[in-house]
Design a protein around this ligand. Structure first.
Ligand SMILES: Cc1ncc(COP(=O)(O)O)c(C=O)c1O
Length: 358
C-alpha cells in the first residue's frame, strides 16, 4: 500500500541545489556562493580533534560556541542560537512562528529556502517584487505587513541578486514596524558588503527585541561542508522557542569546534573579503567588456542578465566543466548567478562564457 504523507510534503518546493556535487574530476564550481578557499589548518585541526571524540553527543547548548559568539558580537549568550547551518535556524524559526492563518513576508527573487517556510507551516507567503535595481523595496515590504504577519525576512545582501540596501534605510524600516512582527535579516553575505560595516545592524538588536540577525559560517569562513550557522536575537524569546521545536542535537561537535576556532582568526576573514572584492571587481569588468552589466554586487557572487536563454548557456558552461547557476532556477529566467572563485577559476569561467556567447 502507498504511504500517506502529510499535505505539507506536496506543497514543499524542491530546493534548486547545485549539480556539481555528484560529478568526478576537476570542475570549476561557481554555483553555490561557496568560498574557493579551504578552512585554515587550525580550524581543520579543531574539527578533527572533536571528531576523535565522536562517541559522545555534542553539547546540546553549544556553550563554548555561544560564549565565543557572545564575546565577538557583544550580544548576551541567551540571545544567541546556533544550528546545523543557518537554514536550520531559519526553518525552525518558521515552525516556531508560523501556522495556518498567519502570514510571512519576503521579497522575490530571494533565497530559495524561504518558500519552504510557507509550505511546511501552512502559513501564507506574501512576496514583494524587488525594485528596478534588483534591491529590496522597503516601502512595498512595509505595506505588505498586516495584522496576520508573524515573520518578515530581508535578505541583505540579497541572494540571488547580490544587491544590498543601506543600513540607514534598513534601520528606519525596522524602527517603523510593529513589535509583534519577528524581523529576520538574513546576513549570510554581510562580510562582503562594502556599503556599511558588516556589524552595523548589531545596534538595532539593542532597541528591537523582535529582531533576528541570521548569520553563517558557510560563506566567508568556508565551513559550509560542516554545517554551522547562528542567529543573534534581540531577546531570548526565539532561542528558547527554537530549543523546544528542534531535535536536541542540532549542531555537531566538529562544526561547533571548527566555528570556535574560526572566530579566533579575524585576519583570515579580512583576507578572504579582500580576495572576494578583487575577484568581484575583475568579474564585473570582464563581463562588461562582453556587454554584460552586473547588478551592484555586495556579495561573493555576481548576477547579470544574459539577454538570451540562461539554461542553454549554463549547459554549455557545464560541458566545459564550469558550473554556475541559471536564473531560471532562482526566479529570473535569462539571468546568471556566478560565485567569485580563485583568479584561475574566474578566468576559466570567462573564457568558457566568451566562447559560448561570441
Ligand atoms: C541568503 C542565504 N541565507 C542562508 C544561506 C544558508 O546557509 P547555511 O549554509 O548556513 O545553511 C544561504 C546559502 O546559500 C544563503 O544564500
Amino acid at each position: 500500500m502507498a504511504l500517506q504523507f502529510a499535505s505539507a510534503v506536496k506543497r514543499i518546493p524542491v530546493y534548486p541545489a547545485g549539480s556539481g556535487y555528484a560529478q568526478t574530476g576537476p570542475l570549476v564550481l561557481l554555483e553555490s556562493n561557496e568560498s574557493p578557499y579551504p578552512p585554515l589548518p587550525e580550524v581543520v585541526a579543531a574539527a578533527s580533534a572533536a571528531a576523535a571524540g565522536a562517541n559522545r553527543y555534542p553539547d546540546p547548548n553549544s556553550v563554548a560556541l555561544r560564549a565565543a559568539l557572545s564575546a565577538r558580537y557583544s550580544v548576551p549568550a541567551d540571545q544567541i542560537t546556533v544550528g546545523n547551518g543557518s537554514c536550520d535556524v531559519l526553518l525552525a524559526a518558521g515552525l516556531a512562528l508560523l501556522e495556518p492563518g498567519t502570514e510571512l513576508v519576503y521579497a522575490w527573487p530571494s533565497f530559495s529556502v524561504y518558500p519552504q517556510l510557507e509550505a511546511i507551516s501552512g502559513a501564507t507567503a506574501v512576496t514583494v517584487p524587488l525594485d528596478a535595481d534588483e534591491r529590496h523595496d522597503l516601502d512595498a515590504l512595509a505595506a505588505a505587513v498586516t495584522a496576520k504577519t508573524r515573520l518578515l525576512i530581508i535578505c541583505n545582501p540579497n541572494n540571488p541578486t547580490s544587491t544590498a540596501v543601506r543600513f540607514d534605510a534598513l534601520a528606519a524600516f525596522v524602527d517603523a514596524l510593529p513589535e509583534r512582527v519577528c524581523v529576520m535579516i538574513d546576513e549570510a553575505y554581510c562580510e562582503f558588503n562594502s556599503l556599511d560595516t558588516p556589524d552595523a545592524t548589531l545596534a538595532l538588536l539593542r532597541r528591537h527585541p523582535q529582531l533576528v540577525l541570521l548569520r553563517t559560517f558557510s560563506k566567508v569562513y568556508g565551513l559550509c561542508g560542516l554545517r554551522v550557522g547562528f542567529a543573534l536575537c534581540g531577546s531570548p524569546e526565539l532561542p528558547q522557542a527554537l530549543k523546544l521545536i528542534r531535535q536536541p542535537f542540532f549542531a555537531n561537535a566538529a562544526a561547533q569546534a571548527a566555528a570556535v576556532e574560526a572566530l579566533r582568526h579575524p585576519e583570515e576573514v579580512a583576507r578572504r573579503v579582500e580576495a572576494a572584492h578583487a575577484a568581484r571587481a575583475e568579474l564585473k569588468a570582464s563581463l562588461l567588456d562582453l556587454g554584460l552589466r552586473t547588478a551592484a554586487s555586495e556579495t561573493n557572487f555576481v548576477w547579470f542578465d544574459l539577454g538570451r536563454d540562461d539554461l542553454e548557456v549554463v549547459a554549455g558552461l557545464a560541458e566545459r566543466r564550469v558550473m554556475v547557476r541559471a536564473g531560471s532556477a532562482l526566479g529570473r529566467p535569462g539571468a546568471l548567478r556566478v560565485s567569485c572563485g580563485t583568479p584561475r577559476e574566474n578566468a576559466r569561467f570567462l573564457a568558457a562564457l566568451t566562447e559560448l556567447i561570441q
